[in-house]
Design a protein around this ligand. Sequence first.
Ligand code: NAI
Length: 283
Amino acid sequence: MSDERIGVIGGGIMGSGIAQVCALAGLSVALVDISEAALAKARASIASGLGRQVDKGTLTEQQRAAALGLIATSTDYASLGDAGLVIEAASENLELKQRILKQIGAQVAVDAIIASNTSSLSISQLAAQVEHPGRFIGLHFFNPVPLMSLVEVIRGLDTAEACYSRTLAFAERIGKTAISAGNRPGFVVNRILVPMLNEAIFTLQEGLASAEDIDTGMKLGCGQPMGPLALADLIGLDTLLAILESLQQGFGDPKYRPAPLLKELVAAGRLGRKSGHGFYRYG
Ligand code: NAI
């Protein structure tokens, strides 16, 4: 087992970004998804993300090729092999993640760290599916992973001190700044951010302003780099809805109720950038 080998489960928006930053830090990555199509999309998005860095002059062509060479994709969990850290970044669904954690546990060494990038599920609850739960921890990245320098590190009830300190060392190794957050729905950043995004959707739903004006208002009035509706599209409206539902359930407070418009868009398959249409159209 080696901390130089990282496993990433799920090759979607987050998993592909996590694989990219790990490879750029010189770590070898086994990226696993159930879907070949998702893996092909992940490889293309990593190649183009690294390509943009080459165009900007922040990366050489050799560094780009070296990073790409460090990422192996597979639909087989056995490819996790001797990974010292596996980061689960599959779809936000409790039963799915519980199943995946068992599959990871069956492949890796007992002292390998198993981390989840969940936005809204309880780390202690997920840990219950992991044999030796001391090695399980929350490691929450931000989107887009290559650009956002924060990770939240969340200890569950049983997370061992050694697992916590190795996770902090990993965050530093890949150039991220870690903050420690308690195991409560939304942790720190989403607890504050997501109700604001929901309020922007209510504002749109009530017809108070257009999507463009809401976003311009928050950019120019609050110095936000991206308006809340554009950010919601970037996060993925299904993911945003899942986080709100877990805040609402976890705290039992109606202030977290999801805007009906958000539910309607998700039901219609308008998930934001990843489906080509959310509050805005893409592509
Ligand atoms: P996504 O929908 O883009 O990707 C999820 C991927 O998981 C898909 O490619 C899917 O094929 C794969 N998958 C499903 N079942 C699987 C299985 N059994 N084994 C392996 N792969 C499987 O989702 P996204 O946005 O990348 O989110 C992933 C996780 O990251 C979620 O837990 C989400 O809450 C969290 N997250 C999302 C953020 C965002 O802004 N989208 C920010 C921070 C965390």
